[in-house]
Design a protein around this ligand. Structure first.
Ligand SMILES: [Zn+2]
Length: 332
């Protein structure tokens, strides 16, 4: 029988969306299935939705499940790749110590691997995207929250139980705003899209004059990072001031990453990064001022290349990596 390119079923489980895809070793997606995460239905309902989506992705690639070599799952929250357990997830209510890997493996009868979504995104960019060939880099995704993954010597930094790399929850301001993780002043509580929207809402409630509301149908509750951006583009002073503040905190966090990891590259993705230079240039300026000059000079800031596919591609890359490792290092 001729050697066939192994195919992976990649699953990117998010708090609001599930993306599944059949992916080959070049990172080509042979199918794509998007669906909503029925988060309120708890683990059972969500797992059913994952399996239904997996069926559609397999069908979409016009293959039989026998053709799939393994399954890679990226999941939000604290996930241990060694035991395959999703400990907890702020975006998935009711998930405590769910053996997600083994459940999927049992249902699909395929070797399955579980990784945290931020780490999956980092691996996706490493194998197929902006960080190809970079052995030392940090992947940062800035959207409603801040997540990411750290690659050192070509390997994801997992920590002893898979919980490393939660860069969004490093404390930036000790008395800062509350974070949904239970801490306060976390990076994502200060520099994410949610933080920007909340800061804008607060200033408007306090009576600040701004064009932001005009982009939000006049309702404070409709103010988002996007409406702030739209106002900033029209020259609204408050919108610009709020974005500069977000950029400032984003830059403080980047300086920490530069000093701690001395990466050759920081790859920045996520919806808020689409704000581009308005957000990123001032953030780089802050990082330059605060980081060790030598370390700052060695780092290259690049935009992520895979967009919303980084997680699903990274989950597949992780499965490829683990399969290869199993071939070279047979266990027991
Ligand atoms: Zn936090």
């Amino acid at each position: 029988m001729p050697n066939r390119d192994p195919l992976i079923l990649g699953i990117d489980l998010g708090g609001t969306k599930i993306l599944t895809s059949i992916i080959n070793s070049k990172g080509e997606m042979l199918s794509r299935d998007h669906s909503f995460t029925p988060a309120a239905k708890g683990p059972e309902g969500v797992i059913q939705a994952i399996l239904a989506s997996a069926d559609r992705a397999i069908e979409g690639a016009s293959i039989a499940i026998d053709r799939v070599s393994a399954v890679g799952v990226g999941a939000p929250g604290l996930a241990d790749p060694k035991t395959g357990i999703l400990f907890t997830s702020p975006n998935l209510p009711g998930w405590e110590d769910v053996p997600l890997r083994d459940i999927i493996q049992e249902k699909l009868k395929k070797n399955t691997f579980l990784i945290n979504d931020g780490n999956a995104g980092a691996l996706g960019e490493y194998y197929f995207g902006a960080a190809k060939g970079a052995a030392h880099f940090v992947y940062v995704t800035i959207s409603t929250g801040i997540g990411g993954g750290i690659v050192i010597d070509g390997k994801i930094l997992n920590g002893c139980k898979g919980m490393a790399g939660e860069i969004g929850h490093m404390t930036i301001a000790d008395e800062g705003p509350p974070c949904h993780c239970g801490n306060q002043g976390c990076w994502e509580a200060l520099a994410s899209g949610t933080a920007l929207a909340k800061a804008a809402q607060k200033r408007i409630e306090m009576g600040a004059g701004t064009a932001i509301l005009g982009f939000a149908d006049g309702k404070i509750a409709n103010v988002t990072a996007q409406t702030v951006q739209a106002a900033a583009e029209k020259g609204d002073p408050l919108a610009n001031q709020l974005i500069l503040k977000t950029a400032y905190y984003f830059g403080v966090g980047l300086a920490n990453l530069v000093n701690i990891f001395n990466p050759q590259m920081i790859v920045i993705g996520g919806g808020l990064s689409n704000m581009g230079d308005r957000l990123l240039m001032p953030a780089y300026g802050v990082a330059e001022k605060r980081a060790f000059n030598r370390a700052y000079r060695t780092v290259r800031f690049v935009r992520a290349a895979l967009g919303r596919n980084s997680g699903v591609l990274g989950a597949a890359a992780f499965a490829f990596e683990e399969m290869k490792r199993a071939t070279f290092e047979p266990e027991g």
